[in-house]
Design a protein around this ligand. Sequence first.
Ligand code: GDP
Ligand code: K
Ligand code: MG
Length: 300
Amino acid sequence: IPQAPPEFKSGFIGIIGRPNVGKSTLMNQLVGQKIAITSPVAQTTRNRLRGILTTPEAQLIFVDTPGIHKPHHQLGEVLVQNAKIAIESVDVVLFVVDGTVACGAGDRFIAELLSRSQTPVILGLNKVDQQPTDSQQIDDSYTHLAELYQWQTVKFSAKTGLGLPELQNLLIENLDNGPFYYPPDLVTDQPERFIMGELIREQILLLTREEVPHSVAIAIDLVEETPSITRVLATINVERDSQKGILIGKGGSMLKAIGSAAREQIQKLISGKVYLELFVKVQPKWRQSRVSLAELGYRV
Ligand code: GDP
Ligand code: K
Ligand code: MG
């Protein structure tokens, strides 16, 4: 890692907010590459994932977090716990809210959590591209919250990129002088294999019924590079036989659809040809077991 120039700024920025407000979309836009998967399904993001943006004057390390919500099972508790740790271990929190709806109980729960921490907070109002024409009441509901806690506010669209340069400048202003934490050309701290698994999970989220997505965990069994093609073998772990049936589909049609869509995404990721083979395995109650969670690569 090279030595940073004088007056160079760097630091860790935690992206916190309710599920589906656009945290992962925002991180992908800021770093300029799809490293975090996104979908309309809550709990798309399970791990803490770092995205790295290096400019001539600063290095911003974004920590994407699963949305904060009330836990219903052990995986849920792990997710909330990870978000709390994220708040304490970053230099700045970017609290992302959904600008298409007014501030609600979920946002206030998070605001209260954030106000108890010493970490500076910036409130980011996302999805301004989709705000209703008269958004004054919505804006006011968040401005009120920001004034209460004396947080700076910024409006943007993670989808279209509107307002993101201003957001970037505001974040840099809030960082102290510091070193390169990562090589300047790196965009994420996660290995390629992990992102491959996520890209498979993303297609399952997009293509299957609601009962399946939250019960899958992907294991990448093999990545083999040859001069012409990269072979990837992966196992989709599910909890129940019925879920296995849904994932495979009639005559294997669902697994085929998941495989070909995921293969396209993985090809983009590695900029090369990919052969992808998927297996489905039933591993009952993996959610309940911390051991299994750790084995599958989740931080518990
Ligand atoms: P997360 O759960 O907070 O990480 O949210 P995601 O990044 O997965 O996004 C949830 C949904 O909101 C997806 O369908 C995104 O396409 C959508 N979304 C995210 N940002 C924007 C935005 O700026 N504008 C609009 N219209 N939709 C967005
Ligand atoms: K989501
Ligand atoms: Mg996410």
